[in-house]
Design a protein around this ligand. Structure first.
Ligand code: OSB
Ligand code: MG
Length: 374
């Protein structure tokens, strides 16, 4: 397909409520979008990067630089037929996987539109709806958290994930478990613990957690494997899994028994499918993580989670949990059974509201005829 133009934008989108993890608080999102125009069609991609380089090495500003100076011009110089051509087109650029995913995912979106099929079908999805959970940030008090959980369970969400860190863990789990003995409950430390905490982490066993997500270093397999061997509770890796090779190493070493797949973290749909398949062949279930996405990233997550081995509820939830008004139509909604229906229209299946996108835009750069035109 001929690439006619690529428009990069930064949008300013305040969250409905702040989101706190072990590495910090996010109040406002700087959302990076790529709009790829090709032969009368428009593919959209979202860069799921954080404002600061705290989750991974990338940040909004590094991704903007790499997208507008390197990846955008590389893509514009080619005529990719498939989203799956992008890893080859971008192969000279090391790392920067969230930046790469932005454009690769937009090309998959375009390809599905050109084929006239839903993106989920192009990816090989088999589900008609996906099971949903919520990720709950660190709250100001335990009673505050309990009331948030009550609201999310009433909305139908099938699994509650609690962000945790030293000082916000066992007391919290204990009170939540006392109140709701039977719910599907997990926790996510975002690498907040160290070797001296191993015994403390083994103590999480008492709370019947579905999994403990990324308790140790963001780049580690070895110590997670030591920990997993001492626990019945499954460890789930998020930050550590950058690609298929990492997934294979982690499974082989038994560093985890569950894998969180995030499109941005692995560099786009191609690698996400590779990780999914590698895990499936080895009997390891996966689920789709979230990065506080706007509707564009959310639509892509929904399509991805339609693949067979996404058998556990993911972190993909309703637009209204994040935004006063999302940039897609319809917004993402979750049924009382805690499910999102997979759209059956061609491409991503959600229209992008271009007027709203324009109003929220604080920075914009266009690549046309191989040149940046401001
Ligand atoms: O580790 O899963 C994570 C948000 C930002 C950075 C890292 C993570 C998260 C979430 C939020 O857990 C998931 C969501 O609701 O989008
Ligand atoms: Mg995580």
């Amino acid at each position: 397909m001929r690439i006619d133009a690529i428009i990069f934008r930064e949008l300013h989108m305040p969250l409905v409520r702040p989101f706190e993890t072990s590495f910090g608080v996010t109040r406002d999102r700087r959302v990076l979008l790529a709009e790829v125009q090709s032969e009368g069609l428009i593919g959209w991609g979202e860069c799921t990067v954080g404002e600061r380089p705290f989750f991974s090495e990338e940040s909004t500003d590094t991704a903007w630089q790499v997208l507008t100076r390197e990846l955008g011009p590389m893509l514009a110089a080619e005529s990719p037929e498939h989203g799956g051509d992008c890893p080859r087109i971008f192969r000279q650029v090391r790392g920067n996987r969230m930046a790469k995913a932005t454009l690769e995912n937009a090309i998959w979106d375009l390809e599905a539109q050109r084929e006239g099929i839903p993106l989920s079908q192009l990816l090989g999805g088999v589900r008609e709806e996906i099971p949903c959970g919520v990720s709950l940030g660190i709250q100001s008090s335990i009673p505050e958290l309990l009331s948030v959980i009550e609201r999310e369970l009433a909305a139908g969400y099938q699994r509650i994930k609690l962000k945790c860190k030293p000082g916000w863990d066992v007391d919290v789990f204990e009170q939540v478990r006392n109140r709701w003995p039977g719910i599907m409950l997990s926790c996510d430390a975002n690498s907040a613990y160290r070797l001296g905490d191993i015994e403390h982490l083994v103590g999480f066993e008492a709370f019947d957690l579905l999994m403990i997500e990324q308790p140790l270093w963001h780049d580690d397999f070895y110590y997670h494997s030591m920990l997993q061997k001492q626990m019945q509770t499954a460890i789930c890796l998020d930050e550590s899994i950058r690609n298929r090779r990492d997934a294979l190493a982690a499974i082989e070493m038994e560093s985890c028994r569950i894998i969180n797949i995030k499109l941005g973290r692995v560099g786009g749909f191609s690698e996400a499918i590779h990780v999914h398949n590698a895990a499936q062949e080895r009997g390891v279930p996966v689920w789709c993580g979230g990065m506080l996405e706007s509707g564009v990233g959310r639509a892509h997550n929904i399509a991805l989670a339609s693949l067979e081995n996404f058998s556990l509820p993911g972190d993909v939830s309703a637009s209204a949990r994040y935004w006063l008004e999302d940039i897609i139509d319809p917004e993402v909604t979750v049924s009382p059974r805690g499910e999102i229906s997979i759209p059956d229209s061609p491409g991503r299946g959600y229209e992008v509201k271009s007027d709203l996108v324009e109003r929220l835009t604080v920075r914009k750069e266009t690549i046309r005829d191989f040149a940046l035109v401001g």
